[in-house]
Design a protein around this ligand. Structure first.
Ligand code: ZN
Length: 139
């Protein structure tokens, strides 16, 4: 990381720790935990600052700066932001399992077919031979 960017990040962190409103640097969680009275998912963007344990959270990497190469995406269900699509999807599966997501439905169908295919390949081969004689008359 270039020195200039490191310096800027350091200044922003100091400002955030003082509770000053910093923009645009944004912070996200590195793991799920509760922050400012809300459960945060992994990779969730948070408004960082003004909490008594902020320095510890930053120091222990619970919270980090959003990287320049990350493109945050917003959840259509609750409006939360996530640093990557992977984290957004993980959040969606957990927080809004009822929301109908066409890509997830398709994925589900593919998995079902795959499972079915596996089951069929495990079954013993069907022996095809002459039909057994069926007696309908009583002796
Ligand atoms: Zn959501």
């Amino acid at each position: 990381m270039p020195r200039r960017q490191r310096m800027k990040e350091a200044r922003d962190e100091v400002a955030a720790l003082r509770g000053e409103n910093v923009s645009p640097p944004r912070y996200c969680t590195n793991l799920p935990f509760g922050y400012k009275g809300k459960e945060r998912g992994r990779g969730e963007i948070v408004e960082f600052g003004g909490q008594p344990n902020d320095a510890t959270l930053l120091g222990r990497n619970y919270i980090r700066l959003v990287r320049a190469d990350e493109t945050p995406m917003q959840c259509g269900g609750c409006g939360a932001w996530f640093v990557t699509e992977v984290f957004l999807r993980a959040h969606g599966r957990q927080a809004h399992p009822d929301i109908d997501d066409p890509s997830r439905r398709l994925q589900h169908e593919i998995e079902e077919l795959r499972r079915e295919d596996q089951e069929l390949s495990k079954a013993p081969p069907i022996k095809i031979g002459p039909m057994p004689e069926v007696r309908t008359e009583k002796p």
